[in-house]
Design a protein around this ligand. Structure first.
Ligand SMILES: [Zn+2]
Length: 248
């Protein structure tokens, strides 16, 4: 489908850019993304991707909005407390951009949800077992994957383009740990805008991947919001990895 008049207005700031333009915008409109987790990361990720015109967003989260979420989960309002996060998020995102198709799953991610076709999966969860499930699905099916986490003043993120032979997987990067090495937000707190920084970068990586501009294979970026410092750590593909080594 060619861009219509509304698209030309709405996406004019993309169309002005030589490395996005009409062909790039059409790629975004024809893309399907699964966002797992609609918390502090999923809120900015889904907002920016809906605004950018990604044509299909699947939102998955079993939780309902709680008053303790409102300090950082910027899609939700006080009156949303008690409602499913994915339902509230869909309403807000449709109000932002009605041309985006949005499917919602008010439950934990499962095989049925994962087996639909996606061009990209974004991990906005706060638990390691879910991250391993998403990593395995993406690695085996060569679906680009963006994973992130934040706690306290710190956040980290990494993208995996499994179509690139040299890309490690999440399991390679964390050396197969099955126990979460860091505490999560609910037991140790988090500064809201740190999630905004990291979530915005997840959305940026997603757009780069969809447009073919992602080259940071194995690079995990870490942000220390208290010191205002960034650190990049590079991991190689692990030839003994339980998840991706069978493809070597
Ligand atoms: Zn691996």
């Amino acid at each position: 489908m060619p861009l219509n008049d509304d698209d030309f207005m709405r996406y004019s700031r993309h169309l002005l850019m030589d490395d996005i333009g009409e062909s790039g915008q059409e790629k975004l409109i024809n893309s399907r993304i699964l966002i797992v987790g609609l918390g502090g990361l999923g809120c900015p990720v889904s907002t920016y991707l809906a605004g950018a015109g990604v044509g299909f967003l699947a939102l998955c989260d079993p939780d309902r909005v709680d008053k303790t979420n409102l300090q950082r989960q910027v899609l939700f309002r006080s009156e949303d407390c008690g409602e499913f996060k994915v339902s509230c998020a869909k309403d807000r995102l449709k109000a932002l951009n009605d041309s985006v198709n949005i499917e919602i799953y008010p439950r934990a991610v499962d095989t049925e949800i994962l087996n639909y076709h996606y061009d990209l999966i974004i991990d906005c969860t706060d638990n390691l077992p879910a991250r391993h499930v998403l990593n395995k699905q993406c690695s085996e099916n060569k679906i680009p994957f963006v994973s992130a986490a934040a706690v306290g003043w710190e956040g980290q993120l990494i993208g995996f383009d499994f179509n690139n032979y040299s890309s490690p997987c999440f399991n390679c990067v964390i050396n197969g740990q099955l126990q979460d090495p860091v505490m999560n937000c609910s037991n140790s707190g988090v500064v809201g805008p740190v999630l905004g920084v990291i979530g915005s970068l997840q959305a940026t990586i997603a757009i780069r991947m969809l447009l073919g501009y992602f080259q940071q294979h194995g690079e995990m970026q870490r942000y220390d919001g208290k010191r205002g410092q960034w650190l990049t750590m590079t991991s190689m593909r692990d030839k003994a990895c339980m998840v991706c080594s069978h493809e070597l």
